[in-house]
Design a protein around this ligand. Structure first.
Ligand SMILES: C[S@@+](CC[C@H](N)C(=O)[O-])C[C@H]1O[C@@H](n2cnc3c(N)ncnc32)[C@H](O)[C@@H]1O
Length: 301
């Protein structure tokens, strides 16, 4: 749909309804912001605004896990089949806006990981990795083993052509750090598909008394925590994904923006970005976080 027609429709809607400012925004091509709305609707509108041309080079989605978590607007308690059906529908909406050589990453809990894998297969996506992000600081349990990992799927649309910048994310190998092996590749190695970081791999990130660093969940006391969202992902997880699977200037999309981790990290890595969230509050605070992070970036602090 052409922009002039979109404007006309929106102006008409604006006259009909008492306020339509956000609608006006989503009927136009948007980037470098977070939009308020249901991601399936917003993605359809954005696709129209792009005249049907896919525009996202990398999608990272961290949906609600359907575990009864208390969000601001969303009710995280769907009936199983309903959740599976919804998962397929939002994944399809993401696939529709994904560029031909783009990649699609989904973070999901153990209860529905297999369903995400199946939905991706039905959508014709190719799985490149089924990553386990092992984190510490999970919730303790008494009658079963405590949960300490999240599944992160890495899918692509085109199995032969995609961006994977291995040099941007390599870590020193055990041959280099532990065995002092002359055959070691001096450029290090691509990380394993279980994401645990050891001091040998990132010495500058460790304190003298630490022996492991597992990219923990962002806990209440952490400096990184934005404070308004309980499911904030660590920027280090997003940085690895964005650096590996996109190039500066490309567009990174997060349909479940939450606290804004993806868009903040994309911004600091000089990517274009677009976030979407159902909660007006999360959008408002996410935009503030973006602005604060941009100020830090600009002053080089
Ligand atoms: C697990 S959180 C995302 C956390 C995010 N990765 C971060 O680092 O802060 C899921 C988010 O999806 C949002 N959400 C739920 N249903 C949605 C929908 N249909 N469209 C857009 N956002 C939705 C919720 O409001 C919540 O903020």
């Amino acid at each position: 749909m052409g922009t002039a027609i979109q404007r006309l429709i929106c102006d008409l809607r604006r006259k009909l309804f008492y306020h339509c400012v956000n609608d006006y925004e989503i009927f136009m091509k948007q980037e470098n912001t977070i939009l308020h709305g249901d991601c399936i609707d917003v993605l359809k509108e954005q696709l129209d605004a792009h005249d049907g041309e896919p525009f996202a080079d990398l999608v990272f989605a961290d949906p609600p896990f359907n575990i009864g978590y208390a969000y601001d607007k969303y009710d995280d308690n769907m009936e199983y089949d309903h959740y599976v059906d919804w998962t397929y529908r939002w994944m399809k909406a993401c696939k529709d806006v994904l560029t031909e050589n783009g990649s699609f990453w989904v973070a999901i809990g153990g209860d529905y990981a297999a369903e995400v894998r199946i939905a991706a297969r039905k959508l014709g996506l190719t799985m490149r990795n089924w990553i386990i992000w092992y984190y510490t600081f999970g919730q303790n349990t008494k009658k079963k083993f405590s949960r300490s990992h999240t599944h992160i799927f890495y899918f692509v649309k085109n199995a032969k052509k995609f961006t994977f910048n291995d040099m941007a994310i390599r870590v020193p190998s055990a041959r280099q750090t532990t065995y002092n092996d002359k055959r070691a590749n001096s450029k290090g190695k691509v990380p394993d598909d279980t994401w645990i970081v050891r001091p040998q791999e990132l010495p500058e990130s460790f304190q003298p008394d630490e022996d492991t660093w597992h990219i923990p969940r962002v806990c209440g006391t952490f400096k990184e925590r934005a404070g308004f969202h309980g499911c904030q992902m660590p920027e280090k997880v997003l940085a690895r994904i964005i650096e590996a699977a996109s190039n500066p200037g490309q567009l990174v999309l997060d349909p479940f923006s939450g606290s804004g981790t993806t868009v903040v990290t994309a911004q600091s890595l000089d990517r274009r970005f677009l976030g979407i969230d159902l909660s007006e509050n999360y959008v408002k605070y996410g935009l503030q976080r973006l602005e604060e992070s941009r100020d830090l970036h600009d002053t080089g602090s």
